[in-house]
Design a protein around this ligand. Structure first.
Ligand SMILES: N[C@@H](CCOP(=O)(O)O)C(=O)O
Length: 312
């Protein structure tokens, strides 16, 4: 197994979790955290935002746009400001955004939308097309940039472990991250760096996620979930329309993976557990992936914690 170090963009830590192993491991299994909370704005979305800003500059764009329910908008604003570009971020008015202060701090121009996250994305996509702005939305014509950015997570995991893990568990909202990480492992296998692709496990909220609900009901493509219930804990996961849901479904099926839905109180419990036993602060939606450990057999399991704790 040889993955060249240059393939790695960020090299966020891959941490062995001894206390979780004592609680959950079967046989000789090993449990690791890929902790994305150390990215500059505290989430893995920085990987995608940095690459979008690079592509925008290469394409001669000075204005970028995205709809957000929090994390991605903050990342896009941060990297846009770094190069002197403008980020126009569409925000659903009814969200009490914990990250609003960050959006303002990084100089984003905010457009408030009466409606859902999906409405905010739709308005942002239209504004990009009407005004000639760079469209950084998931599911848009530039979504392959997201897949590319998140594929680096696979390179980094494979590089550090020396072999592919047995499973990788990730939180799922739009499904973009899971599809990108799977793409990275598949690419490594196609190039002969690794011999197998890990099983992908998608974890989401019980309160509605189009990609995971469709997967669990045996569908081949993602259909909208009619009723969702947002809370401040499940916000990064709840999704009426998972914009990259079809790609996530393919990744789950091709990898022989699985999916599960987690209630808020369980996410919160896992977040507390990680703080108390392992000393890492993880947003409840990200901590939800710990639940996957209950159904895993022996092997090497990587939990991707996409975001550090940023709730008040
Ligand atoms: N949106 C979540 C994690 C899931 O990512 P997605 O690519 O499936 O939307 C977050 O912000 O952490």
């Amino acid at each position: 197994m040889l993955v060249r170090q240059e393939l790695s963009y960020y090299r966020t830590p891959l941490l062995r979790l001894p206390s979780l192993e004592r609680l959950f491991a079967r046989g000789d299994s090993k449990i690791y955290a890929k902790y994305e909370g150390v990215n500059p704005t505290g989430t893995h979305k920085d990987r995608a935002a940095a690459l979008h800003v690079q592509r925008a500059l290469e394409g001669g764009f000075r204005v970028l746009t995205a709809g957000t329910c929090g994390n991605f908008g903050v990342s896009l604003a941060y990297y846009s400001r770094m190069v002197g570009a403008k980020a126009v971020i569409f925000v659903p008015r009814r969200y009490t955004l914990e990250r609003m202060a960050d959006l303002r701090r990084y100089g984003a121009q905010l457009v408030f939308v009466d409606g859902s996250y999906e409405d905010a994305v739709e308005k942002s996509v239209r504004a990009a097309s009407d005004n000639g702005w760079y469209d950084a939305n998931p599911g848009s014509s530039n979504t392959s940039v997201n897949f590319e950015a998140y594929s680096a997570l696979a390179y980094e995991i494979a590089w550090e472990l020396g072999d592919p893990p047995t499973t990788v568990a990730l939180p799922v909202g739009n499904g973009t991250t899971l599809a990108g990480v799977h793409m990275g492992f598949k690419r490594l296998k196609d190039l002969g760096y690794i011999e197998s692709v890990p099983r992908m496990i998608g974890v989401t909220t019980v309160h509605g996620n189009s990609a995971i609900d469709s997967f669990l009901s045996g569908r081949d493509s993602a259909v909208p979930t009619p009723s969702v219930k947002e809370t401040k804990y499940n916000e990064p996961l709840v999704s009426m329309i998972s914009f990259d849901g079809d790609a996530a479904l393919r990744a789950l099926r091709e990898s022989g993976g699985g999916a599960l839905r987690v209630p808020d109180r369980v996410m919160l419990g896992h977040s507390r557990l990680l703080r108390e036993l392992e000393g890492i602060d993880v947003l409840p939606a990200s901590a939800s992936v710990v639940e996957a450990l209950r159904s895993l057999d022996g092997g090497t399991h990587v939990l991707v914690f996409t975001s550090r704790w940023h709730l008040p």
